[in-house]
Design a protein. Structure first.
Ligand code: NDP
Length: 449
């Protein structure tokens, strides 16, 4: 780029890849954003002079640490812990913690980068971050998970705080893990403070936080359909995953009269053509959240089909909700969805759709909401949890749900404001530009920092 008043996407990406070799997920996330914001930046040279995009793609700080813990047999294990404090331009660092064997710096940088835009879209004052460890909670005893969480927090606690960095949950980190980590922070600092969100209700958690990402995703889909004159009634929905996000996406879709016919986990998916209902939801929430069982048990219980090692995208549907993990819809899956008549996709997971698959959705002009817009409900209610903690108050269920619905509708409107094209809403462009502008302007205001 030099000092000329234009940024070239290929040139920008070549330099980014050179500075961050091997971090393919991070490259993928930046490429998607850069492709939509560079044309805008080129029309607004103030962002070029100040090298805003270069600064936005370099985390404020990356902390990597050793986590040592002992299993039930007395064997010692060594894991690697991370916290990527991406940007505190518009508020303290905020973003989840992931425990999964696949966790590495690339994945956490992509998640932290995405979080910058997502948090900006929520309209709440939250910066971005992401953390985690290559620890696998699967198959570990309660005590082992506790010891790991305590060891992890012993180091992490030195880098976070209620006005500095407020982590939450993500894959492999639910209320149980947040509770262990919160307990350890409290013990280390002798301080009861809102340093984590996603806490249980008994000690400072917010109503609807657990459900928020999924509920928000369903609300966002409802907004997209409404904008086109449609609704959720009777729509056949294919949902992937059976974790926190997938389960509460499904629950809200059912409450809004849609028909959810699939769920999955890393061992395969179930297809229940009759659709899930309240009773089936109660079973699966108990199975996945408390018994930590496998999705195939649902098929046995309700006499439907289980497809081992398969993804659910071949099941004909009106609406699709990828809610498991990154890169779970490839080009072939996208083509199958379109061919089978899918009208809209709302991402509950972060970056579940590969770039080539996004192109398929855009070419087919079906509604497509990127996670940074459609899954922002979780962090939005985390923001509300922070406010309630600061005020030493607990808001009622209806109040939080109403605010969540309002925020999802507001994010949808921002996507329209920035993403409207000839006869089509480009939600990727809308979310990226709206998210970018707020953070970029804050960075400009601070001068060179
Ligand atoms: P959970 O750990 O609760 O659930 C994850 C689900 O995805 C499980 O069903 C898991 O199956 C499945 N899964 C995980 N990895 C893979 C894989 N490699 N292949 C196939 N299936 C997989 O996580 P969450 O529901 O919290 O998170 C799901 C997604 O939503 C993630 O992308 C996360 O970043 C995103 N997200 C989460 C938010 C939150 O508030 N929790 C907020 C915004 C986004 P199994 O049990 O077999 O591992």
């Amino acid at each position: 780029m030099g000092d000329k008043l234009q940024i070239d996407l290929d040139d920008f990406m070549t330099r980014l890849i050179g500075r961050n070799p091997g971090e393919t997920e991070f490259h993928q996330a930046v490429h998607e954003v850069a492709g939509t914001v560079i044309p805008y930046i080129n029309e607004n040279p103030k962002y070029i002079h100040s090298r805003i995009l270069e600064r936005m793609t370099e985390p404020d700080r990356t902390i990597i640490f050793r986590v040592c813990w002992e299993d039930d047999t007395g064997r010692i294990h060594v894991n690697r812990g991370y916290r990527v404090q991406f940007s505190n331009a518009i508020g303290p660092y905020k973003g989840g913690i992931r425990f999964h064997p696949s966790v590495n710096l690339s994945i956490l940088k992509f998640l932290g980068f995405e979080q910058t835009f997502k948090n900006s879209l929520t309209t709440l004052p939250m910066g971005s971050g992401k953390g985690g460890a290559d620890f696998d909670p699967k198959g570990k005893s309660e005590r082992e998970v506790m010891r790991f969480c305590q060891a992890f927090m012993t180091e992490l606690s030195q880098h976070i705080g209620p006005n500095v960095d407020i982590p939450a949950g993500d894959i492999g980190v639910g209320t149980r893990e947040i509770s262990f980590m919160f307990g350890q922070y409290k013990r280390l600092f002798n301080e009861f403070t809102g340093v984590l969100t996603g806490k249980a209700l008994e000690y400072g958690g917010s109503l609807i936080r657990k459900e928020a990402t999924g509920y928000g995703c369903a609300y966002f889909m409802e907004e997209m359909l409404k904008h086109k004159g449609g609704d959720l009634k009777g729509k056949v929905c294919v949902v992937s995953g059976s974790g926190n996000v997938a389960l509460y996406t499904a629950e809200k879709l059912i409450q809004l009269d849609a028909k959810v016919v699939t769920l999955s986990d890393s061992s395969g998916f179930i297809h229940d053509p009759d659709g899930l209902n309240e009773e089936k939801m109660a079973y699966i929430i108990e199975l996945k959240t408390f018994k930590r069982g496998r999705i195939s048990e649902y098929a046995k219980e309700f006499k439907c089909k289980f497809y081992p090692d398969k993804k659910p995208w071949g099941i004909p549907c009106d609406l699709a909700f990828p809610c498991a993990t990154q890169n779970e819809i490839d080009e072939k899956d996208a083509k199958t969805l379109v061919k089978n008549g899918c009208q809209a996709v709302a991402e509950g997971a972060n970056m579940p759709t590969l770039a080539e698959a996004v192109e398929v959705f855009h070419d087919a002009q079906i509604l497509y909401a990127p996670g940074k817009a459609s899954n922002a409900g979780g962090v939005a209610v985390s923001g509300m949890e922070m406010t309630q903690n600061t005020m030493h108050m607990a808001w009622g269920q209806e109040d939080v749900d109403l605010q969540l619905r309002g925020i999802m509708s507001d994010i949808h409107q921002q996507c329209i404001n920035f993403g409207a094209e000839e006869g089509y809403i480009n939600y990727v462009k809308g979310a990226n530009l709206a998210g970018f502008k707020k953070v970029a302007n804050a960075m400009l205001a601070y001068g060179v920092v």
